[in-house]
Design a protein around this ligand. Structure first.
Ligand code: KG4
Ligand code: ZN
Length: 328
């Protein structure tokens, strides 16, 4: 079964066709990063107008060489995200579904991030398969969630961020350091020439699986404003502090809950320091999507949608956006 996935929740206009929830037939992402970079972050009004301009060309490119008759379902992100951005994807998906008489399902963007772990990273190289129960760490620009997944479609939230999301912390730290937007790749790049030699705080919140990164951000601000520190050393120390907390708390939960695997996902899972620490320290297998499937894309939406259709979960034409949707 081939599913057309559509993703417009933030600043990426994306469409993809995925077969049987894992094999990527086509995958197109039009990033708006260059447009928003001059403002230092995503401007919602600009994002939705850009989605309007880009969505049809992106879907046409995705469908090149693929027949509409082979598309068994359309999966579209309906939340969480920016209302005006989500509306573009959901309405285009509904219009196509109606015109082509294809069933449609609304997908939670956070669940979709997890499903990036079901995608084959390349046609020749099948990924290790997911084994339940697994522990899912979603670390994106808006969320840091620790989720227990016992089967398809079942998500139990164990922890979340109490303030800044991990990606948001990277973005804010990069702004303080004058490294530009988006902050994650900028910090990772700068950290290459630095040493993690500076002391930065870690919020362990010992009795819970929740996270907190705002204290770390404030400490970084004080460090920079005292002066005489190398930006590269601050970037390396910051990155290590974030990785340390995410890795330690996730592994503790994995041991306590006796899960089979840890599944990483979300834009921050593209960070090499984070993934190397996970691989070095985890007693259970860690699955990590390739970087281009960690950041926003529609292949993960199509993979998640496939399991919706398998479970008989289709949406009606009254499907609407839910900007504040959560998981678990
Ligand atoms: O999942 P994503 O593409 O979009 C959301 O759903 O939010 O995540 C974007 C976030 C941004 O905050 C970005 O700075 C961060 O992921 N990010 C990274 C890296 N690449 C993207 N953070 C750390 N290291 C990276 N290499
Ligand atoms: Zn995302």
């Amino acid at each position: 079964m081939q599913i057309l996935g559509i993703e417009t929740s933030c600043d990426e206009t994306a469409a993809a066709v995925v077969e049987d929830g894992s094999r990527i037939i086509s995958n197109v992402v039009a990033s708006q990063i260059d447009i928003h970079a001059r403002y230092g972050g995503v401007v919602p009004e600009v994002a939705s107008r850009q989605h309007l301009l880009t969505i049809i060309p992106v879907i046409n490119e995705t469908m090149t060489g693929i027949s509409w008759q082979d598309i068994g379902g359309i999966a579209v992100t309906f939340g969480p995200g920016l209302a005006g951005s989500l509306l573009v994807g959901v309405n285009v998906a509904k219009a196509i579904a109606l015109a082509k008489k294809i069933p449609i399902t609304g997908v939670n963007h956070l669940e979709a991030h997890i499903y990036a772990n079901w995608l084959d990273s390349s046609p020749a190289n099948e990924k290790d398969s997911v084994k339940f129960p697994c522990l899912c760490l979603i670390v994106s620009g808006g969320h840091s969630d620790l989720i227990l997944m016992e089967r398809h479609g079942q998500f139990k939230k164990l922890g979340r961020t109490l303030d800044d999301a991990a990606g948001e912390a990277f973005d804010k730290a990069a702004r303080i350091l004058g490294l530009g937007y988006p902050g994650g790749p900028a910090i990772e790049q700068s950290a290459h020439s630095g040493i993690p030699c500076l002391t930065l705080p870690r919020a362990w919140l010992k009795e819970s699986y929740d996270f907190s990164f705002s204290g770390l951000k404030t400490a970084l601000w004080h460090l920079v404003h005292k002066g005489e520190v190398s930006v590269a050393d601050v970037a390396a120390s910051f990155q290590l502090a974030v990785a340390d907390v995410l890795v330690t708390k996730t592994i503790k939960a994995a041991k306590q809950l006796k899960v089979e695997q840890i599944l990483l996902s979300g834009g921050v899972a593209a960070n090499l320091t984070l993934t190397q620490h996970f691989l070095a320290k985890s007693p259970v297998q860690v699955l990590i999507p390739p970087p281009h499937l960690c950041t926003d894309n529609a292949a993960m939406v199509a993979a998640c949608g496939y399991y919706h259709f398998q479970a008989g979960k289709a949406s009606g034409y009254d499907l609407d956006v839910v900007p504040s949707l959560s998981i678990g």
